[in-house]
Design a binder for this molecule. Structure first.
Ligand code: HEM
Length: 148
C-alpha cells in the first residue's frame, strides 16, 4: 500500500516534469545527482567508500557521472510509476534488493538523502509543495530502504 494521496502524486509528478522538461535533461540529471551524492558523502563520511567502484574521487568523471544518471533515472522512473502501483511496487522491490546486496548501506543514509533532496528541490522549484513531496518520498525511499 502506497502512502501518498492521488493529489500528492499529481503535484509531485507535475513539479518533477517541470524540472526535466528541457532538452539535454540527462546533463541536468547528472549534475543534480552529483550534487546530492557528494553532499551525502560529505555529511556522512562513511558513505564515501561505498561509492569507490563508481569512482567518487573523480565526481566529474565518466563512472561517477553514469552512476548519478542511474540514480536520477531510477527516481524518475519511480515518480512516473506512481500512477501504476503494481509496477511501482515491483520497481521499488527490485531497488530494495539492489541496495540490500550492498554491505554498508544503511537506512540512515536514506533519511539523509531524503533531507538533501528536499533542500535541493526547494531551491529549484518555485512552487515546491513540501507536504506532497514528503509523503511521496517517504513511500518511495522507505520502500527502497525497507530491506536494509
Ligand atoms: C546503486 C538508485 C540511494 C548506495 C544504485 C543503483 C541505482 C540506485 C539505480 C544501480 C543499481 C545496480 O545497477 O546494481 C538509488 C536511488 C536512491 C539511492 C533511486 C534514492 C535516492 C542510495 C543511498 C545509498 C546508496 C542513500 C547509500 C550509500 C548505493 C550503492 C550502489 C548503489 C553503494 C552501488 C554502486 C556501485 O555500482 O558500486 N542505486 N540509490 N544508494 N546505490 Fe543507490
Amino acid at each position: 500500500q502506497f502512502c501518498c494521496s492521488a493529489e500528492d502524486r499529481n503535484i509531485v509528478q507535475k513539479q518533477w516534469s517541470v524540472l526535466w522538461g528541457d532538452t539535454e535533461s540527462s546533463k541536468v540529471k547528472i549534475a543534480f545527482g552529483r550534487l546530492i551524492l557528494t553532499k551525502l558523502a560529505k555529511e556522512i563520511p562513511e558513505v564515501k567508500e561505498l561509492f569507490n567502484k563508481v569512482d567518487i574521487d573523480n565526481p566529474e568523471g565518466g563512472p561517477f557521472s553514469a552512476h548519478c544518471l542511474r540514480i536520477l533515472n531510477a527516481l524518475d522512473m519511480s515518480i512516473n510509476l506512481m500512477d501504476d502501483p503494481e509496477a511501482l511496487d515491483s520497481a521499488l522491490d527490485h531497488l530494495a534488493d539492489q541496495h540490500h546486496d550492498r554491505p554498508g548501506v544503511k537506512k540512515a543514509h536514506f533519511k539523509k538523502i531524503a533531507e538533501i533532496l528536499h533542500t535541493g528541490l526547494q531551491q529549484v522549484l518555485d512552487d515546491y509543495n513540501a507536504l506532497s513531496w514528503k509523503s511521496c518520498f517517504k513511500g518511495i525511499l522507505g520502500k527502497i530502504a525497507s530491506k536494509l
